[in-house]
Design a protein around this ligand. Sequence first.
Ligand code: FAD
Length: 302
Amino acid sequence: MKIEEIKNFSKKLKSQFYFNYDLKKLNWFNIGGKTKVYFKVESLADLILFLKKFGKKQKIFVLGAGSNTLISDKIFDGVVIKLGKNFSNITILPNNIIVAGSSCTDKKLSDYALENEVGGFEFLSCIPGTIGGGLRMNAGCFDKEFKDILISIQAIDRIGRVITIPAKKVLFEYRSNDLADDLIFLSASFKGLKKNKNEIKKEIHKLKNKKNQSQPNRIKTGGSTFKNPINQTNKKVWELIKESVPLDTKFGGAGISNKHYNFFINEKNASFNDMNKLIEFVIDNVEKKTGVKLEKEIKILE
Ligand SMILES: Cc1cc2nc3c(=O)[nH]c(=O)nc-3n(C[C@H](O)[C@H](O)[C@H](O)COP(=O)(O)OP(=O)(O)OC[C@H]3O[C@@H](n4cnc5c(N)ncnc54)[C@H](O)[C@@H]3O)c2cc1C
């Protein structure tokens, strides 16, 4: 990668560029090495300029809250883009439509909907990511997913063209969709329904309790490591793991949560290799024991 070219270019923009930037603190696993370039975008104009010049030449990875991403310890030979606070605005429109920027957290959007008495966004209070990450993953919980409230997405492609994609043009599936891998999501419009504040509060409280009972929190994890293999078996991943793998399996500092077997934890300074070995060990053993081939839900940056 031609670092000098990016260094010179960066002087023309207001957004910040950092070189050899440590990604460890920018993800929930607290694992990972550096990226050659870290671009903290503060305006759409800067992002367009950057993509026009480098969008087709450089490897690019967009990072949200890093709650679903495992990062390699090697130096990433590309640009990690993080949308800054200017991409986190939220606006309400008539008919219970809410527009949220991609770097806005799911929780902030859920709180905003509560304040404005718009229902349908309660499940977002349980997901620790951003809107951008949620769109990419079609994140969801308790039978609700992003697709259920989504109207449209505003995105930018690798040559700096801003496009609007109606939700009905996207094929959403469980934790995935057919949106092009190289799109960067800028914002999205969602539709809820009028709902009494107390009822929304009660629903959020109920969901959070349910979540706390079944999943660990305040730990270094990427959430569910694998997707539930809904096309192969009725069993949940945690059940398959329980019947196939000794639950006290450790690779270095990486282990399996004893509260939710599909959550893997950085218990003690785990390296990327520790976590990756644990993931591959579980995939192999589940397949040997049950015939089910697990698919990763977490994204890997390497
Ligand atoms: C404790 C815990 C609990 C969790 N519970 C749930 C749950 O209940 N349900 C659930 O679905 N998930 C859950 N997750 C996983 C995770 O929170 C979700 O997948 C979330 O949507 C990821 O958002 P993020 O911003 O952290 O994405 P990141 O991890 O930063 O990125 C994930 C993917 O999205 C892409 N991406 C991020 N921003 C953009 C953008 N602006 N444009 C284009 N691509 C982008 C990244 O490139 C990457 O491929 C949990 C995770 C943890 C740690």
